[in-house]
Design a binder for this molecule. Sequence first.
Ligand code: HEM
Length: 198
Amino acid sequence: MNVFSVVLFIHVLSAMALFIAIALEGALLVRLRSARDREQLQFPIHASRRLGMIYAPAFLGLLLGGIYLASQLGSRAAWIPLALGATLLMAVAGGLITGRRMSQLRKMLTTDADALESLLSSAKSKTLVVSYGFRAGLAVGIVFLMTATPALLTSLLALGTSSVAGILAALGLQRFSLRSRDACNYRSAGTSQVTQRS
Ligand code: HEM
């Protein structure tokens, strides 16, 4: 066993941590979007802050480990700078879009000055869903780059396709969950009417 394999192990472990954080963020997003009052908003908004405890070391392991591995490979392949750029883009988009929106929501929740309607519409805005889908898709594209080590055009195509597919999948899942929630509400309303009549 050499230093390269230890760093590769840390790098892959960091990739696993990144996907765990992405899955947890997805679960919190579902709770956030299905909230109906301030109390239900509390948990996802406050818990989202803790995700940084997974995201930060994961990005550190991916970036530092990746740079070391790339320097040891001594390769000038296009996928390496593209992976670096895409990883940085993921971190920046997460901080600037999702991070900023979540801290706005935290402020709105604590100040109590905002009406519930505006708080709920901020929590359910498409921005969070698009940012999530973009980053999750990009992460899958980066894994493709790591494993297939393709040429420039294929790498760009893979990153473009995966990020767009991620956004579309996130928007599609959001619509599907809204439809099934509405169907549940409709069914329970129907049941209560039947119970009232009988
Ligand atoms: C979201 C970010 C990233 C993820 C999910 C990720 C994931 C992975 C995975 C799963 C492997 C193992 C692939 C294998 O052994 O077949 C790997 C290897 C590697 N990664 Fe990354 N990585 C990321 C970012 C980066 C960055 C930013 C760089 C470079 C600047 C990088 C450079 C490398 C290198 C050089 C290898 C070794 C490839 C080889 O041995 O042929 N990675 N990465």
